[in-house]
Design a protein around this ligand. Structure first.
Ligand code: ACM
Length: 639
């Protein structure tokens, strides 16, 4: 018996041994759910030596590095290579004849008891095939050190998979809080596991300008730094002259090039956003001449103090003028230079120029804007903003790029080649698609990952909520008559209340899994029950990978209603089935010996706190929640 047949024999022997062992291989848990997945008989056991056959293209380098890391360093197999397909245990194959179904990002993954093969038309498909393959391995594969005493056994499957949408985005707001280059890389590492391919970097806002612009050095010398505050962002005291402005940071152009390359090697495009004409306090603080309001030189980059009054809805009333002046030619000269540098750095075809939430109340008081309105025949402030948008659009196009902005840009009647990112629900996106614009759906109603994912009594407080099951209902093409205009969908992670990467991860996961499945998986393959079960498997993998996630789906949903004689009734439901809710009103910690919730409960007259916790099969799964009766009462008044 030669060495090869010996290993084959041993494999078969090991397979026979393992196939009677207790490990449950019946649960396959790939997120996003593949287009077609067939579970075949048997399993593959990683041999001591894995013989790899892979294309010579440098474009697959990161895929091979990833395989070497996981199968070599973590699972501990010795990886050798071969040019002979029939000798290989692990085969990555680029199709010579294109498979029309798979297009640029699809793959076929076949695992048999003897070998693993991944086929694709393009290197991106091989990368995604490997991501799916790794999710078939035991969770220990998610670590970064050698794990011994594990049976590296995976189920035999045939998978054919390709994305529903070409734009599968995640936005990272690096302005409200700055995240380092290394932190952005980790963000990319995590998003690609779930086949996201677009990173939207929100690079500028009132709280910081984060990209070096060589023609305007003060943007980062001044605009990237502010006074550090913690607490509830939006309520902080205004920065004073004696507080150090040493909190923040920015990416040099070299950093940006490095990030673009890092992302590209993982099949991710980076789209820059320069948000204008609103959200520009850091800009006007750096260059006050870009404002048309006298006195802005006294402003500071925002630390989180109130600068907008939203009580009358959108657009907000600005308490400080955080806009660029549309009647000032210097603004267009400035933007021309900034966009030139940005266009030269980022290979992606679109530049996002914001356009959202620009307040108009300072413009209304500006003589130069009155003059502009007369000259241009503009009747409203919306039309003034439309004029600005069209000029910026022309600048972007003059650099050979396409313009994309938040759905407010529709007011200006942008040209057909301009794309719209719908955030105020899906309405703007539907209107834009009907008018023949390309659209990316990122509605706050399904895809705003800065919102709370559970009850305010346990989650860090934010002004709105978005639970996992709602995020999972995201369908970028719902109610669209011609889905060809829908480029895809995106989740947005705004970071006003996110001070560090651990909390960024908590806010991303698991909701970014729901969005990943919504932009990749065909609608008829989406299934909530299957999904949350896979999420539970994924939680175990996150723990191994030391990625923080929110366990909020295990916590109850609290609804309060008022009745006669000031009575208050609390209704408790759960996001996932099979949970038992236990509660107390006596300030002690409920467990399975306490009353189990069966029907809406009335709050006893003098009770101060409702404590709630969920169990499954007598094991605590939810967190201990304390909701004060005063807080519950306030919820009724709000309605
Ligand atoms: C946005 O959330 N203001 C786009």
């Amino acid at each position: 018996m030669n060495y090869r047949s010996l290993t084959t024999f041993l494999n078969l022997f090991i397979f026979a041994t393992y196939s009677v062992c207790a490990q449950d291989l019946s649960r396959i848990s790939i997120i996003p759910e593949p287009v077609q997945l067939v579970r075949n008989e048997g399993s593959f056991v990683l041999p001591e030596e894995v013989v790899l056959k892979a294309p010579a293209s440098t474009e697959v380098n990161q895929t091979i590095i990833l395989l070497r890391k996981k199968i070599g360093e973590v699972a501990g197999s010795r990886i050798t290579t071969t040019n002979r397909e029939e000798q290989a245990t692990l085969r990555l194959i680029l199709n010579t004849i294109q498979d029309t179904l798979l297009k640029n990002e699809g793959y076929q993954l076949v695992v048999t008891p003897r070998n693993i093969s991944i086929r694709a038309n393009r290197p991106a498909g091989l990368f995604y095939g490997v991501q799916s393959l790794l999710q078939l391995f035991p969770k220990e594969i998610e670590g970064d050190k050698l794990v011994r005493n594990i049976r590296w056994q995976i189920p035999c499957v045939s998978v054919t998979d390709y994305p529903r949408f070409g734009w599968r985005g995640l936005m990272f707001d690096v302005s409200r809080h700055f995240f380092t280059k290394e932190e952005v890389k980790r963000y990319i590492d995590n998003m690609v596991k779930f086949k996201y391919n677009l990173l939207h970097l929100h690079l500028t806002d009132d709280e910081g300008w984060r990209i070096q612009i060589k023609s305007f050095p003060k943007l980062t010398e001044v605009g990237a730094w502010r006074v550090n505050k913690v607490g509830y962002f939006g309520t902080f005291s205004a920065p004073t002259a004696n507080e150090p402005k040493d909190y923040g940071g920015f990416y040099t152009q070299e950093d940006i090039r490095e990030l673009i390359q890092y992302a590209a090697e993982r099949y991710v495009n980076i789209m820059p956003e320069i948000d204008v004409p609103g959200h520009s306090l850091a800009t006007v603080v750096s260059y006050p001449e870009l404002s048309c309001t006298p006195g802005v030189e006294k402003y500071s980059v925002r630390s989180g103090e109130a600068i907008m009054d939203w009580s009358r809805g959108a657009p907000p009333i600005a308490l400080v003028d955080n806009t660029l002046c549309p009647a000032n030619e210097k603004v267009y000269e400035f933007l021309d230079k900034v966009i030139s540098e940005v266009a030269a750095l980022f290979p992606f075809e679109y530049i996002h120029m914001g356009g959202d939430e620009a307040p108009h109340n300072f413009w209304e008081k500006t003589p130069e804007i009155k003059q502009l309105m007369q000259q241009q025949g503009l009747k409203t402030m919306q039309e003034v903003q439309g004029y600005f948008t069209k000029r910026v659009e022309a600048i972007v196009q003059s650099k050979g790029k396409k313009f994309i902005g938040w759905d407010e840009i529709l007011d200006g009647g942008p040209s057909k080649s301009t794309a719209v990112m719908s955030w105020r629900g899906v309405e703007g996106g539907i209107k834009a698609a009907n008018a023949g614009h390309e659209v990316v759906m990122s509605p706050s109603t399904y895809a705003y990952l800065d919102y709370m994912q559970g009850d305010v009594s346990i989650e860090p407080r934010v002004y709105a909520s978005l639970r996992l099951n709602k995020a999972y209902q995201f369908d970028p093409a719902a109610d669209i008559s011609d889905p060809r205009f829908i480029k895809g969908g995106q989740a947005n992670l705004w970071t006003e209340q996110i001070y560090n990467t651990r909390h960024a991860e908590y806010m991303l996961w698991p909701r970014a899994l729901a969005i990943a499945e919504s932009v990749w998986t065909p609608l008829n393959k989406k299934n909530w029950t299957n999904f949350y079960t896979k999420v539970e498997e994924q939680f175990k993998r996150f723990e191994v990978a030391e990625i923080k996630y929110a366990p909020s789906m295990y916590d109850p949903i609290i609804s309060v209603s008022g009745g006669a004689n000031n009575s208050i009734t609390v209704e408790l439901t759960t996001e996932i089935p099979g949970l038992d809710i236990y509660y107390s009103f006596d300030n002690s910690f409920p467990d399975t010996f306490y009353p189990r919730y069966k029907a809406p409960i009335s709050i006893p007259k003098d009770a101060a706190n409702l404590k709630i916790v969920t169990y499954r099969d007598k094991k605590q799964v939810g967190r201990m929640i304390t909701a004060s009766v005063a807080d519950l009462k306030a919820r009724i008044r709000k309605r």
